[in-house]
Design a protein around this ligand. Structure first.
Ligand code: NDP
Ligand code: 1BO
Length: 316
């Protein structure tokens, strides 16, 4: 498996397993199947509500496949309701407890938006948020640095951060995030943000690489474009005797990003992992380049406030 390298020389496999929307009954099967076929990178989050099941599956699979803990890179994310400096370590410790782990390999600030501490579910109105003045992102970030100092996490980063938000953070700290996890696929290629991250030695993880078609309807637009049914992607798949999902995953890998397709189906989990074996050529890349339409499956609209407090999460 191709690996990407953090600033300190540590590495992480390019293809990982996503776990958002993987329901509690199925996520354990998915994690077990993934580790069985060779995945060594699992993407989790407190907000996915399934970390306990992921933790049990990790424990069982480590024994079943004789895998050492240090050979699997496990990511989790700080939810929006724990951005206050004093809430970060307790939230991380809950996640470690649920995942049955002593440490995480990577901990990310999930979104650049702060909810009222401990808020369950989605915000109903502006009173369910903390403004950037009440919960400055630099204070959240300093708590993430403290978590790393204490050895609870090996690497720290952010998710859903625009170039502007990264640049703002850069003016306030000498320790830039090591990772930015963002939506990336042929319809949303984000070359500028990718270049900024590269220039600042920030690794990038591509989420929703297959178009996230199992998202709840409330997060879907009418007539949204399908990546898996795209004609260009399907033609390239036929050319390489591969599947459309494999083309989308390998495209992300060949752009030197990490990629975390979600599946709870053991056959598709294996298919996705095997995408590493196909090789796209220049013509494929140039055809895929022309598909960019700046289309977001996850708009972030659900995190925008009526007031000016949080508007336009991605600064576009
Ligand atoms: P994906 O783009 O990975 O798509 C998942 C969907 O694709 C599911 O319906 C899955 O079905 C299906 N699928 C998986 N493999 C195949 C295949 N080979 N052929 C056809 N269909 C397939 O969506 P996600 O939005 O889940 O993104 C991936 C991961 O990224 C998340 O699970 C999460 O870990 C992370 N993420 C992070 C975000 C953040 O804010 N940081 C936001 C969104 C995602 P099935 O399970 O039945 O196989
Ligand atoms: C709002 C959904 C976040 C998935 O990571």
């Amino acid at each position: 498996m191709k690996t990407l390298t953090y600033r300190d020389g540590d590495t992480i496999d390019a293809i990982g397993l996503g776990t958002w929307k993987s329901d509690s009954e199925k996520v354990g099967i998915a994690v077990n199947a993934a580790l069985g076929v060779g995945y060594r990178h699992i993407d989790c989050a407190a907000a996915y509500g399934n970390e306990e099941e992921v933790g049990s599956a990790l424990k069982k699979s480590f024994v079943e496949y004789s895998i050492e803990r240090e050979d699997v890179k496990i990511t989790s994310k700080l939810w929006n309701n724990a951005h206050k400096h004093e809430d970060v370590l307790p939230a991380l410790k809950n996640t470690l407890n649920d995942l049955l782990l002593e440490y995480l390999d990577l901990y990310l600030i999930h979104w650049p938006v702060a909810f009222r501490p401990g808020l369950k579910g989605s915000p109903k109105d502006d009173t369910d948020y903390l403004s950037p003045k009440q919960a400055p992102i630099i204070e959240t970030w300093e708590a993430m640095l403290e978590a790393k100092k204490q050895g609870l996490v090996k690497h720290i980063g952010v998710s859903n951060f625009s170039q502007k938000k990264l640049a703002d953070l850069k003016t306030k700290t000498d320790h830039l995030p090591e990772m930015n996890q963002i939506e990336l696929h042929p319809y949303l290629q984000q070359d500028e943000l990718l270049n900024y991250c590269r220039d600042n030695q920030i690794l990038v993880t591509a989420y929703s690489p297959l178009g996230s078609r199992d998202r709840p309807d409330s997060l879907k637009a009418d007539n949204e474009p399908s990546l898996l049914d795209n004609k260009v992607i399907n033609t390239i798949a036929v050319k390489h005797d591969a599947t459309p999902a494999q083309v989308l995953i390998k495209w992300a890998v060949e752009r030197d990003t990490l990629v975390i397709p979600k599946s709870t189906n053991p056959e598709r989990i294996e298919e996705n992992f095997n995408s590493i074996n196909i090789e796209l050529d220049e013509e494929d890349h140039s055809k895929i380049k022309s598909l960019d339409k700046h289309y977001r499956y996850l708009t972030g609209n659900g995190f925008e406030t009526e007031s000016e407090m949080y508007r336009n999460v991605f600064d576009e």
